[in-house]
Design a protein around this ligand. Sequence first.
Ligand SMILES: [Zn+2]
Length: 215
Amino acid sequence: MMRSPQVDVPFEVRHHCWFCGEPCNLQFDYHALPHTSHPSLAVPACKECVELAKQTPLTSIYECRVAVKDALMKRYAKHLAIGLNWTEEELQQADFTCKTLQSFQRSAWFMYEVARDRVNFPGWLLVLNGVPLEDHTPETGFAFDGVNYSSLFVAIEHVSKAMALDKDFVAAIVAITGKQRFAYAIRLARLHIAADKATKRQVIRELTEDHALAN
Ligand SMILES: [Zn+2]
């Protein structure tokens, strides 16, 4: 597949992941589909965020970022909880006697800070060849069936769970149909609720071809 043009990277964050701010030497290629609100582009990204982003491109790089942050939050929930349960001083002063807890005491705050900073890292404005993308502060909230979700990703998770659908399959369909046709995507996923992996892949392929023809 063709490489996408890389966004401009401010000097102070060069070699840092756009998603989480960690040092990095990879990039994540976002291939725009007809309904994507921005052109294909690539952002610098760490290995972990590239893997996460590939799983949920959704319908824009911004929605993809919400999903990546969400996945990071889940993966590092234990590290993030340290900051909820302790202050740095309390942790230092805690009188741990067992060896395991002593090593926890030494590393815990650092792990918390790393996880917190990755989740909070705001990224930077996306500029392609000197031209800023129109969508500077994108609204990623998403409403479906009268419920406001914080993001399309959260909506997919919630609805898939509630209807016992394959979340990845739903996300793949939505990436092609766009979120405007979310209800259709859900219907399609329900139709194939018992389908095996090969059939689902076939559905995605046909959907991709239909969309290529329609546009
Ligand atoms: Zn990252």
